[in-house]
Design a protein around this ligand. Structure first.
Ligand code: HEM
Length: 189
């Protein structure tokens, strides 16, 4: 039941955007619109996936962490497809030029490569082998936050709230790590 509910919640942004794009047809700049809904959805879902251990006392979603992370990757992939197919019109040299010319694209691309690595090593067997590298998600989230801030021409109140929320989650995650590292092994076992 929880799984189905999560599925519905996570796919809501996609459903709502498709409705606006194809049924209501009220979107003036579809490329910008798709950048925003895919970028923000991926960011929110990825931050939600690292917050699961913070809220496990109240709601235990630990067994859905992989699924939630993969949905985050799914939205990031749509974000990339928007760039490659609609914005760059499949021109690979444009992709390379934009990536090298614009630091915020470069950071987004780097974060995207980390997400590809994490998604492709998230199967049971590969995860056992590569799980220590999955801490790279924190690095990717830092890159994503900088990318997100740099992509703004001006900051609105909603974007400021996102950024405050991101800092809030990061603070508690850091605190959790510090506490975990300071507890002697014989107590944690
Ligand atoms: C694959 C490499 C990436 C490229 C080429 C890329 C490209 C872009 C571009 C061009 C924009 C600006 C859109 C505009 O307002 O005109 C943007 C914004 C954004 N991107 Fe990315 N991005 C990449 C990776 C990512 C990743 C991995 C994430 C998150 C997981 C992400 C999240 C965002 C967010 C949240 C925004 C701001 C959306 C807004 O407020 O309008 N991007 N990206």
């Amino acid at each position: 039941m929880k799984r189905i509910l999560l599925f519905i919640i996570i796919l809501l942004p996609l459903g709502f955007s498709l409705y606006e794009l194809f049924i209501l047809e009220n979107v003036k700049d579809p490329i910008k619109y798709i950048y925003t809904f895919t970028g923000v959805s991926a960011t929110v879902i990825l931050f939600a996936s690292i917050s699961i251990s913070l809220i496990k006392k109240w709601i235990n979603l630990l067994k859905y962490r992989r699924m939630i992370g993969l949905f985050g990757f799914f939205y990031a992939f749509l974000h990339f497809l928007n760039f490659y197919i609609l914005d760059a019109e499949l021109d690979f040299s444009f992709v390379v030029k934009e990536t090298l010319d614009k630091p915020f694209i470069y950071l987004g691309m780097l974060a995207f490569f980390i997400l590809i690595f994490m998604a492709s090593t998230s199967t049971k067997t590969l995860f056992r082998k590569y799980n220590k590298y999955h801490k790279l998600v924190y690095f990717a989230l830092i890159l994503i936050t900088i990318h997100f801030v740099m992509a703004q021409k001006s900051l609105t109140i909603v974007q400021l709230i996102y950024i405050l929320l991101i800092l809030f989650i990061s603070y508690f995650k850091l605190l959790q790590q510090i506490i975990k590292n300071n507890i002697p092994n014989n107590i944690t076992r």
